[in-house]
Design a protein around this ligand. Structure first.
Ligand code: 3EB
Length: 333
């Protein structure tokens, strides 16, 4: 957390339901609970709150808290719940299960873009999409993830001119129904979307992966705080899934992809100093099969530092051959 701006964005993870008061001078922008039970978005204790069903029985619930140093204004519009402080906006929304998601996802994303334009937070820097039954067929036989991507891509195609590029994102399975999405956006310019030299941009994936490509960049860096948000990253080279059926090699390839994304050679192209994977924080490791959790934990212990917050979530991943996906946040060092 940087404390030198007017409104400084903070991101913390707490065990439990996140009910504790924030320190003096901090105001909640949004709370995202990770639990076994879903709680639909709403305004709670002065900020948007949602709980996503991502945990397996026995996992310890935790809550992510987005906070700021300035008082916030909260609101809701349709199904959207949001808070903003003059520089940052947090928004969450739930799309209930439907035979097809395309239309609802398109309209929800369009409503989000309208809100961002009207309230003047056009610089989206991170989006999470948690999708129930992500690898199942929808009511028309299309995989839910592809159905979701279709609506999202159409919304991005017709977004207002003020919303530039595609931000870092995660598109991942949840253990519940419907789609939960939440995002953070900023008012000041200085948002840079970053590609990975080992992967083609997801928004240019060929049609075999779905009628419309996924709408996200591999990472987004945001000024003024210089934080680098790393998208969900998997064992994909070019656009191909590699090491099918081999968990360890998929996770190794994922680490190589993150390393290549954040090294000095790649970030140098954007005028940004390079980083090492060990400096990642707020790491999430999505593991398809619970039998692979011990391997995931052992491998992550080698790569990340002891104090790094790492959360393991046993959920499905957008391509059925993918066994693992990793995301994280790099605070400016
Ligand atoms: C990939 O690289 C793996 O649809 O928002 C990663 C991050 C993935 C975000 C999304 C999907 C999404 O294609 C999957």
């Amino acid at each position: 957390m940087r404390m030198d701006g007017e409104q400084t964005l903070g991101y913390t993870i707490e065990q439990g339901a996140g009910l504790k008061d924030l320190p003096p001078g901090r105001f909640a922008l949004g709370r995202v609970g990770f639990s076994e039970e879903a709680v639909e978005p709403g305004l709670w204790n002065g900020a948007p709150h949602v709980s996503v069903p991502m945990l397996s029985p026995g996992d310890e619930p935790f809550t992510e808290i987005w906070s700021t140093s300035a008082p916030v204004t909260t609101g809701s519009r349709g199904d959207l719940f949001y808070a903003h402080d003059g520089e940052h906006l947090f928004c969450c929304v739930y799309v209930p299960p439907a035979p097809t998601y395309r239309e609802r996802v398109r309209s929800v994303y369009a409503e989000v873009f309208e809100l961002l334009e009207e309230l003047d937070y056009p610089h989206v820097f991170r989006i999470w999409n948690m999708i129930g039954d992500i690898n199942q067929a929808n009511g028309r036989g299309m995989e839910v993830y592809k159905d979701f991507c279709l609506g999202r891509a159409e919304a991005f195609e017709s977004r207002p001119g003020t919303i530039e590029g595609m931000p870092a994102a995660t598109g991942i399975g949840s253990r519940g129904e419907g789609v939960n999405l939440h995002l953070v956006a900023g008012r000041s310019p200085g948002v840079v979307h970053i590609d990975n030299p080992r992967q083609i941009p997801a928004y240019e994936y060929p049609r075999r992966y779905g009628p419309k490509s996924p709408s996200f960049s591999r990472a987004t860096r945001r000024e003024p705080d210089g934080t680098l948000y790393i998208s969900g990253t998997a064992s994909i080279i070019g656009h191909d899934t590699v090491h099918i059926g081999d968990f360890e090699r998929q996770l190794e390839e994922t680490f190589r992809n993150i390393t290549a994304l954040i090294d000095g050679e790649n970030l140098g192209r954007y005028g940004i100093t390079g980083h090492q994977i060990k400096d990642l924080d707020s790491v999430k490791v999505y593991v398809r099969h619970d039998r692979d959790l011990p391997t995931a934990k052992a491998m992550c212990a080698e790569v990340f530092q002891g104090h790094t917050d790492i959360r393991y979530l046993n959920v499905d991943i957008c391509r059925s051959e993918l066994l693992v996906e990793v995301e994280g946040i790099l605070p400016r060092t």
